[in-house]
Design a protein around this ligand. Structure first.
Ligand code: PEP
Ligand code: MN
Length: 361
């Protein structure tokens, strides 16, 4: 690609969409879906998995090199640049030789610095656009580290893809979004475009719109959505794929917030933010007072040989606050995280009181 993909994504006034099948299954399948999705003006890039990292060895692991020309030809025919996943140097060489425009690093590869380094080394001297998915585990540093490895190899056309984080038996998501991690990523690398992959977060097509809307409301720059001519017959990730009509419906329903920062709105937001800041001041003041009380309890515990952790008392505290979450209009998840954070901080204060010589802040 002549121009940088990152510039193309960031200058796009609409949502930037990468669509195409989880896996390339046949030349007809890739040709058909590309032709169908190109009718959506939002679709700007074609994806297809050629090598598939699968949990079980008897699952479909992709057709490999022979499927590369199907992707490249479908892209050319429909005027779409193409991308595929690579996990090692052999994949990089084959994909670039075949004329694939951009490469993505899958979540199972981002976790492995050896593999990321091998790919970065293989790409040295090229200006290939790379899309880097988050690692499967919620490790921001590992995600950032992958970007550093490509930067050090001289590659700077880098885009992030948030695809959620693996967790055992989650009731709702295949991969929990943990939105705080892409938000924290943005704090470190504000110049890097951030796409969301709602397909792998959802694991199920019914959730795609909700997750895509969440991403749009958090100011993500685009979406990667798995699309297939006959989703239920897909050889991989059948439950989460949609057809071209489904993609069109989803994109039509998506509410894109076009910011209107006219003078009035900006000053109204500023006014409310000032009130929020006053409340935050009060919250921190209260937390500081609360920790002083914890320290007083710590002194009594030390003098009377009572352990810091009193399980029964802690259970009572958290149960009480959880039961109040609805009346405070707070989610139980938030109440739990907040109470646990307060409790841990209180334990740190009391640990210091108990062992003044060995434990410092
Ligand atoms: C994919 O995009 O098909 C894929 C395997 O993604 P991930 O690395 O997010 O699991
Ligand atoms: Mn997939």
């Amino acid at each position: 690609m002549k121009n940088k993909l990152t510039d193309k994504i960031l200058s796009n006034s609409n949502v930037f969409v990468i669509a195409g099948p989880c896996s390339a299954e046949s030349s007809d399948q890739v040709a058909q879906i590309s032709q169908e999705i190109v009718a959506n003006s939002e679709v700007q890039m074609l994806r297809a998995g050629i090598w598939k990292p699968r949990t079980h060895p008897d699952s479909f692991e992709g057709l490999g090199v022979k499927a590369l020309p199907w992707l490249v030809e479908a892209g050319k025919k429909n005027g779409l640049p193409t991308c595929t996943e690579v996990a090692n140097k052999a994949h990089v060489d084959a994909a670039l030789n075949a004329g694939v425009d951009a490469l993505w690093i899958g979540a199972r590869t981002t976790v492995n610095p050896f593999a990321v380094q091998e790919i970065a080394d293989a790409l040295k001297g090229t200006n290939t656009p790379i899309l880097i998915k988050n690692p499967i585990n919620p490790d921001l540093e590992l995600w950032l580290g992958a970007f550093e490895r490509f930067n050090k190899a001289g590659l700077d056309d880098l885009t992030a893809i948030h695809r959620g984080f693996s967790i055992y038996n989650h009731a709702k998501y295949r991969n929990v979004p943990s939105w705080e991690i892409p938000i924290a990523f943005k704090e470190h690398r504000p110049e890097v475009p951030m796409l969301c992959d709602p397909s792998h977060i959802s694991g199920n097509r019914n959730l795609l719109l909700e997750v895509s809307q969440n991403a749009m409301d958090l100011n993500f720059d685009g979406l990667m959505i798995e699309t297939h001519p006959n989703p239920d017959q897909a050889w991989s990730d059948a439950k989460q794929q949609i057809n071209a009509n489904g993609l069109r419906d989803l994109l039509q329903k998506l509410v894109l917030r076009q910011p209107d920062f006219s003078q009035d709105v900006a000053s109204m937001i500023e006014e409310i933010r000032e009130k929020v800041s006053v409340l935050d001041d009060q919250l921190f003041g209260l937390l500081s007072e609360r920790m002083q009380l914890s320290e007083e309890v710590g002194v009594l515990k030390r003098e009377n040989n009572i352990t810091i952790l009193q399980q029964e008392h802690w259970s009572k505290l958290i149960t009480k606050r959880l039961s109040q979450s609805e009346s405070y209009h707070l989610t139980p998840q938030f109440v739990r995280i907040l109470m646990e954070a307060i409790h841990q901080e209180s334990i740190r204060h009391q640990t210091r009181i108990m062992n003044p010589r060995t434990n410092k802040f």
